[in-house]
Write a protein that binds this ligand. Structure first.
Ligand code: NAG
Ligand code: NAG
Ligand code: NAG
Ligand code: NAG
Ligand code: NAG
Ligand code: NAG
Ligand code: NAG
Ligand code: NAG
Length: 391
């Protein structure tokens, strides 16, 4: 009998222990539940990021594979976050993984960041696979040396560890710039056991060009400013903490700015075109009134998705954050959200922030089928009890 000699699987593990989740309190802001790794950074040079104060740690002492490199000096700049200035590259092995010891049952936001930065002086931005445990999470395609690609997933731990892996697909050497894990409250971003891959997370009506993250956001979600010429900007002059008072703990700075339709229009339209019509999306919309509308003044509106009734009628109260999402996914070549003013409402709809995620089913996570659509509706006044409306 011929016994074929099996090659040792080309898999290398980088072990990062969970105790990296140091209970670090920086500037009075709690970073427990955070693991922040500046990949490829020299050992013993941990630092607090100048903008966010996030404490980044080197992966050096935990690593037995890969090589640490610096990006090309001409791409370094003051505006570039420090965690992008070094990378860990994996010229050897098909699959290289970082392993995190995590708590089973907990929900984590896992973010990986990539900037090629011509670290190998070859001027060839690679493309490779990104895996979570045994399953493909996404593919990473860098367009050029300065392109920054961020991949984010919200995942419930089914075991007490997680592997984040880079897989060589023959299109260049895989590398990584930074890895960030954030412990979330399990009561938010609930789905039927699937994981959520971030599509977009928008700070609607922002008048600055700044993204908002920690320390404004306790969970270090990254919010991109977004507005449109067909919208009227409305905002509160100050950022009230009341605007965070729902389980999603939205950053007051994000909720402070909002939009309504431009004069004359009764509806607010928002469109997103997925790159893949088969992807299943969850939409999270965050609302709070930021204008004092006076006695009897209120906004009532209904939300339509691709022209079909989705939720409502609903109204938002002054400084009371409300999050609306469906537990059923939507898909298509285009997702169109319309917020339509109720006939008896004096004021048009408002929108403060929106998030879109697509569902990633991992092989080991069976999906329960449910036979109806649900909207979970949190309000400030009654936020400990979650009202589930079924229709
Ligand atoms: C790579 O890591 C080693 C050990 O931490 C360090 O001495 C060296 O400076 C690093 N090289 C680069 C290019 O960052
Ligand atoms: C690099 O690629 C990104 C993404 O496609 C693009 O926005 C950017 O303009 C490109 N930069 C250069 C210098 O070509
Ligand atoms: C995970 O938990 C199991 C059972 O409690 C234990 O045997 C194993 O060592 C743990 N693994 C890690 C990576 O902590
Ligand atoms: C945002 O960026 C644009 C283009 O760079 C610039 O014209 C505008 O002044 C910036 N706005 C603010 C508020 O910084
Ligand atoms: C998670 O959210 C729930 C509901 O808002 C809250 O009761 C609970 O205290 C939160 N847990 C933590 C650890 O913050
Ligand atoms: C809004 O439209 C109404 C009627 O079309 C007009 O009378 C009013 O002046 C407009 N207001 C603003 C602020 O443009
Ligand atoms: C408008 O909103 C308020 C508060 O949610 C509600 O009591 C009222 O019934 C709504 N009106 C309509 C016409 O939906
Ligand atoms: C609002 O008014 C329009 C036109 O009169 C009518 O077609 C529509 O059904 C009304 N909507 C509601 C929710 O009553």
């Amino acid at each position: 009998m011929l016994v074929r000699k099996t090659r040792r699987p080309m898999e290398m593990l980088v072990v990062l222990a969970g105790f990296l989740a140091l209970t670090a309190t920086v500037d009075g802001q709690d970073q427990s539940g955070f693991i922040s790794i500046d990949c490829g950074m020299a050992e013993g040079t941990d630092y607090n990021d100048a903008t966010t104060s996030i404490l980044y740690t080197s992966d050096a002492q935990f690593i037995d594979t890969g090589t640490n490199k610096s990006i090309s000096p001409d791409l370094e700049s003051e505006n570039l976050p420090k965690y992008l200035s070094s990378v860990r590259a994996f010229p050897e092995g098909l699959k290289n993984c970082y392993t995190f010891k995590l708590v089973q049952g907990n929900k984590y936001l896992i973010r990986s960041v990539f900037m090629y930065g011509n670290y190998d002086s070859k001027n060839q931005a690679p493309e490779f696979g990104l895996y979570l445990n045994a399953d493909e999470w996404d593919s990473v395609k860098l367009e050029n040396s300065s392109d920054v690609v961020v991949k984010e997933i919200i995942h419930v731990q089914e075991t007490n560890y997680s592997h984040v892996c880079l897989v060589n697909t023959g299109l260049g050497t895989p590398f990584i710039s930074a890895l960030e894990l954030r412990l979330l409250n399990s009561t938010i971003y609930k789905t039927q056991s699937a994981s959520l891959v971030l599509a977009t997370r928008l700070d609607i009506g922002s008048t600055s060009n700044d993204t908002i993250r920690f320390k404004d956001d306790d969970y270090d979600r990254i919010w991109k400013p977004y507005t449109s010429s067909s919208w009227e900007l409305v905002s509160l002059r100050y950022a009230s903490d009341l605007l965070s008072a729902n389980p999603f703990i939205l950053p007051p700075r994000v909720m402070t700015t909002a939009v309504t339709p431009k004069n004359g229009s009764r509806s607010l339209e928002l469109q997103y075109d997925p790159d893949d019509a088969t992807k299943q999306f969850y939409v999270y919309m965050h609302f709070a009134e930021v204008e004092e509308l006076g006695d009897g003044g209120y906004r009532n509106f209904t939300i339509l998705l691709n022209g079909d009734f989705w939720y409502g009628p609903m109204s938002v109260q002054y400084l009371s954050p409300v999050t609306v999402y469906s537990q059923y996914t939507v898909s298509g070549t285009s997702l169109e959200l319309s917020l339509v003013q109720a006939n008896d409402s004096k004021f048009p709809p408002i929108l403060n922030a929106v998030e879109l995620y697509w569902v990633k089913e991992f092989l080991q996570s069976p999906t329960e089928q449910s036979d109806g659509e649900f909207v979970t509706f949190y309000t400030y006044l009654n936020y400990n009890s979650i009202v589930i409306t079924r229709f």
